[in-house]
Design a protein around this ligand. Sequence first.
Ligand code: HAM
Length: 428
Amino acid sequence: MDLITKAPKGTADLVPADTHLWRLAEQVLISEAELNGFAEIRTPAFEHTELFQRGMGDVTDVVEKQMYTFEDKAGRSVTLRPEGTAGTVRAMLENGLYNAGYPVKLYYNIPCYRYEKPQAGRMREFRTFGVELFGTAEPIADAQLIALAMSAFRRMGLEDVGLQLNSIGCPTCRKEYHAALKEYFSASREKLCPTCLSRLDRNPMRILDCKNPECQELAAAAPKITEYLCGDCRQHFSQVQAYLAALGIGFTLDPGLVRGLDYYTRTVFEFPSQTLGFALGGGGRYDGLVEEIGGPSTPALGFGLGMDRLMLALKEQHVDFPEPVKCEVYIAAMGPAAQVKALTLVNTLHSCGVPADCDICGRGLKAQMKYAGKTGAKFSMVLGEDELASGKAVLKDMSTGETRKVDIGDSFVDDYLTFSTQQEDLRF
Ligand code: HAM
């Protein structure tokens, strides 16, 4: 085939075999979020650029290198959202959701855009399932949020997802830490990559998540934030750990974990997949972001899961999900009058929530039955002149060969349900 163009680099089509799995995973996440009292929010796919610059920090990889930013026809700078948190904070404030009282609990399932070098688990358009929780500084909230994610992983059958935990403190303890980092990295400034060199004065913490091997080697021996935590932050962090222990959630303390965005304060965490070797998601507290975006000082926290990565993990671990039911009943028809009847019976089954189909391609009876087999239909029925005349037809269980004469008039649905339930019972 000579297509005029292919899908843009770093994007993926999700075909029906994928979307079925995606929806099952999304259902688990939505159900877990709703069990915890979160409600869905939908925000625009693009925002004014300054929201991300101010929100995520302008000295971050995402803002400096990865944003899809362009001017619209009126000359305004807009950006395709690279993540969900900043837009959710803006929308929470703009719509006054805090008026109903705190905590405000929101979740979203959205496409995000980052201009990155595509590789396994790294796309330019990727989907994020995120939750954001506003209005509590209590460490119990951190534990509840983490428990939500861990229990979703468990329900999906993902056995290899860990929890890496750290605290990066508040602006007070961060000041002293920044000074220590600056001193440490300045001593080896000749080894830093040009980006890190430019970050040395403005934001030395970002050097810690540089991907350059030489910078990484230096970062590994850099002073750790946990040594600089103030008393309050230290206590907060130990309480988060105590709640997690009470929930039976195992974790690894990782003093080098700082996350790549500037808004984080105190607790930060990631969910690494051992099989894939990278994180399925991450998050933490961002107690200063609501104020930064123009709202009242409001403690908050959240996490984002990379759905594309989650899918890779599910496939890699061969997690069993139920097959999609494409068709439960196939009604084959011979002749125009039988076709009309088949279409109306199929329509009736749909109104009762039963997946059903009939021929819409003008096929002969043999081809129709072959197609019925291909759809995986559990039951089939053939309609011809005799059936129309008698008002009865034979319903057949495709796997056992069991048959039953059923009414094709007013009692059709009752007869169908009686037979199909009996067959289901026999299968058990
Ligand atoms: P993030 O760690 O930048 O955090 O992204 C969250 C997750 O999105 C990552 O762990 C990863 O699974 C997925 N992800 C990120 N970039 C890509 C990509 N290029 N391709 C595929 N997947 C990707 C955030 O975005 C924060 N907003 C999370 C958060 C919510 N923190 C507090 N609330």
